[in-house]
Design a protein around this ligand. Structure first.
Ligand code: NAP
Length: 244
């Protein structure tokens, strides 16, 4: 019942962890209103076909103005899950400006953009139990080969999460983040399918395995819901102990 009558906006809902969040909310919670935002319309349509009760929003988060316009149309939401993200892997010596801009546009700027619109509306409507969960990564804390820009974007996101918590806390909006290890979504497969790359990371995980999407969803929904009512401004690793 904890999300009953709540409006929950999930970004990057078309696949991977975002899709798993939507599926969990639609299958295990009653009377929850899910708004699934993503870039690729066909992914959203597949989701809508399976769960007709959801609302879908197609927008490219790299476009600041159209993102603002589309999110403004949604009206008040109770919970925002900033999950959308991209990784472009390049050796440090080959990083180019376009890749840097794309990754920061989506992983950092879009979070500020959407959260601003949503938080203003939460304040205006005096939403009770308001929460924002940002999906960061262990990459915010640990250097990973060929992940310089991605790591920097997630470190920036952690910083944004703390600043949001500081300024939005007085408005009764809780803000937290999760830091997953590798999850074998499309992004995970792109980066970690080669055992010569994944092996060294796996060897540093005391639990000896990568995370399932559902295990990340568990922690996201804990931070989104009333059971974490005094948890604010934290980053919870979902990493099998990698960061220790
Ligand atoms: P994924 O399978 O690649 O899915 C990413 C989602 O983000 C997709 O639904 C995609 O939209 C959406 N997205 C990307 N660019 C977008 C844009 N410009 N506008 C709107 N939506 C956009 O990745 P994932 O593994 O589920 O990742 C989800 C989050 O977890 C990300 O923030 C990622 O950094 C983080 N994370 C992932 C891992 C991992 O190993 N997989 C580990 C730690 C943290 P479409 O499907 O509509 O194209």
């Amino acid at each position: 019942m904890e999300f009953q009558n709540k409006r929950i906006l999930v970004t990057g809902a078309g696949q991977g962890i975002g899709r798993a969040i939507v599926e969990r909310l639609c299958t295990q919670y009653e009377e929850v209103q899910v708004i699934a935002l993503s870039k690729t319309l066909s992914n959203l349509e597949l989701l809508k076909h399976k769960y007709p009760q959801i609302q879908i929003v197609q927008v490219d988060l790299q476009d600041w103005e159209s993102t603002r316009r589309e999110v403004s149309k949604l009206g008040p939401v109770d919970i925002l899950i900033n999950n959308a993200g991209v990784a472009i892997l390049q050796p440090f010596l080959d990083i180019d400006e376009n890749s840097f801009n794309s990754v920061f546009d989506i992983n950092v700027k879009a979070v500020i953009n959407i959260s601003q619109v949503v938080a203003k509306c939460m304040i205006q409507h005096n939403i009770q139990g308001a929460a924002i969960v940002n999906v960061s990564s262990v990459a915010s804390k640990a250097a990973l080969t060929h992940h310089t820009v991605y790591c920097a974007s997630k470190a920036a996101l952690d910083s944004v999460t703390r600043s949001m918590a500081l300024e939005l806390g007085p408005h009764n909006i809780r803000v937290n983040s999760v830091q997953p290890t590798v999850v074998m979504t499309q992004m995970g497969q792109m980066a970690w399918s080669d055992p010569s790359k994944s092996g060294p990371v796996l060897s540093k995980i005391p639990l000896g395995r990568f995370s399932k999407p559902e295990e990340v969803v568990d922690v996201i929904l804990y931070l989104a819901g009333p059971k974490s009512s005094m948890v604010h401004g934290v980053h919870i690793p979902v990493d099998g102990g990698f960061l220790i």
